[in-house]
Write a protein that binds this ligand. Sequence first.
Ligand code: PMP
Length: 399
Amino acid sequence: MKHLELAERLSRISEPQTIKMAKLSRELKAQGIDIVDLSIGEPDFDTPAHIREAAKKAIDEGFTHYTPVAGIADLRAAVVKKLQRDNNLEYLPEQIVVSTGAKQSIANAVLSVINPGDEVIIPTPYWVTYSELVKLCQGKVVFVPCGIENKFKITPAQLKAAITPKTKLFMFSSPCNPTGSVYSKEELKALADVFAKHPGIYVLADEIYEYINYVGKHESIAQFEGMKDRTIIINGLSKGFAMTGWRLGYLAAPPAVAKAAENIQSQFTSATCSITQKAAVAALNGPKDSADEMLAEFTKRRAFVFEQMSQMPGLKLINPDGAFYMFPDVSSFFGKSYDGEVVNNADDLCMYLLHKANVTFVTGSAFQQPNAIRISYAASMEKLQEGMKRLKAGLEKLA
Ligand code: PMP
């Protein structure tokens, strides 16, 4: 007798811990419990007014129909202009594919290049979605653990050692989620030098946090000789323009990859929302003041959170150069307990802090770094003050 069964591929992927934590936190809030949620990776700012206006205009003018799969012409042109202006990179509009978020762009890219058995190198800690997409495509994930001593960044020697004849793709983010680390121009050049000896490897450079950089100008690995022909740049509007809910991402890639991504997307979602695309044109072509204001605010919050956590005994942390996360090592608390409840790992610590201190973080195990937890400071100063107070009190109770 035949039973109803789900597809085998589901057994290969898991629900992101980031989303799980946010869900748990919402459930407790719904029960009336006051939770400070520092688990979410999204700016708490409103989308700037001129972008909202462009969307309203699109609705009023009836710009509410299907668009070309890869995006409307003025948006692809705006992305080309942005890459030229901000990154000094020359692309043609047909190399740009707009999607419903950087996440879909990454999915488009992985589906476009990975065959079963292909190896994909991912330095860890890393953003969870990368490996899950590779597994969906039956690729083989090759994790390269990167420690706090090199600010969680992969070295050229580590990269070289991880490459095999089966390596097809290298995936990384800079600025990085979850660590906040930023690769310098020199560091990227050194990695590009390794790739130069291996022409069959694509590089997926996730640059979604480009504008949230505290140490200077963003650098793209695509700028080095030969790299543009193999690099798939991922970017979007979620973080830099506070537009997470609008769903707008894009990739810039070699023509064959862009064409493949467009084909794949045409079967999944067609194009992203027409109204969002008009808003995105306004965002990319418009003033950058609001992005600068957000960065100024993140700079203050980062200083506050870093100062607070530096004073909490047992936390080992570095002050990250980008994004809006702190990623302290919490292993000194493992083995401690409260009320008979032992904290054995970062998962336990996050659950303990959620239930006993009513503050949420994401366990580092979600990012392949079991000794850390991730704190998002994309929250108001009031929330951060309360969150830090609760964290400190929670940690002090462990003995
Ligand atoms: N890449 C990284 C590293 C991220 O942190 C996120 C969002 N958490 C994304 C991609 C996805 O962004 P989007 O909202 O554009 O899908």
